[in-house]
Write a protein that binds this ligand. Structure first.
Ligand code: DGL
Length: 263
């Protein structure tokens, strides 16, 4: 695929960042995109910060080699543990994403927010800074919950049904029962379960994710072209899995699918 000066690179631990790719495509249809899902190392959410950082370097270098000139870190865990290091190391713009704690703090009426995110994100210093800035000074209450099964369900292309419902009942329902009226989908895999989550927790509960905001931010950094640009999606995992999953997660999005090995 040909690259241009405005080519975007998107990275995630797996297919979760495709939820961000969909938003970016809506805003920037004429901008070429290379996406790498590091499925061979998925999940990042239970890995040490150093490992998340070294995988983020390796995947970023591959995206730059493919021609990316702006990188979207479409992974909250990688943003929390690696985005500052990436910015210091590579002379190109990086757009990161963190759990939407600030928008949630502005939305809640009950004063209790639930944050669904990976274990790595919840443990990160950047996440604690978000709480110190937006939650504690307002006297709000926050409940955090890692959801490892959400990631594996999405990686398996299972977006609804009994297993999904059971996981939502385990992770999200107790937050609502404890008074949360706003739930942050703080991992890019989770928006693929949005409809299922909403139907279990009820339509009075606000679900917030940052995919659209990240796309808006990205659009301030690159100039879109006329027409539809190519999208290439690479997995460090199994190509047959990606070929099965991609039409489920991104129905009717034209893209070429590839396997890539990144040491
Ligand atoms: N999608 C990623 C995130 O936003 C990571 C999920 C995982 O690999 O655990 O945090």
């Amino acid at each position: 695929m040909e690259s241009t000066e405005n080519t975007i690179g998107i990275l995630d631990s797996g297919v979760g960042g495709l939820s961000v790719l969909l938003e970016i495509r809506k805003k920037l249809p004429g901008t070429p995109v290379h996406y790498i899902g590091d499925s061979a190392w998925c999940p990042y959410g239970n890995k040490a910060a150093e490992l998340i950082q070294s995988r983020s370097y390796a995947v970023t270098e591959q995206l730059i080699e493919m021609g990316a000139r702006t990188i979207v870190v479409a992974c909250n865990s990688a943003t929390i543990h690696a985005v500052e290091a990436l910015r210091a190391r590579y002379p190109i713009p990086f757009v990161g994403m963190e759990p939407a704690v600030k928008p949630a703090s502005l939305c809640t009426k009950s004063g209790t927010i639930g944050v669904l995110a990976t274990e790595a994100s919840i443990a990160g210093e950047k996440f604690h800074t978000l709480l110190k800035t937006h939650i504690h000074p307002k006297g709000l209450k926050v409940i955090t919950q890692p959801c490892p099964d959400f990631v594996s369900l999405v990686e398996d292309g299972i977006l609804d049904g009994a297993k999904v419902e059971a996981a939502i009942r385990e992770y999200a329902l107790p937050m609502v029962e404890a008074g949360a009226d706003t739930l942050v989908l703080g991992c890019t895999h989770y928006p693929f379960l949005r409809e299922s989550i909403q139907s279990v927790v009820g339509h009075d509960i606000q679900l917030i994710d940052t995919g659209a905001a990240v796309a808006r931010r990205t659009a301030t950094l690159v100039e879109d072209n006329e027409g539809l640009a190519p999208i290439s999606v690479h997995t460090t995992g199994n190509l047959a899995c990606l070929e099965r999953l991609f039409p489920i997660l991104c129905p009717s999005l034209p893209a070429t699918l590839h396997q890539i090995t990144i040491a």
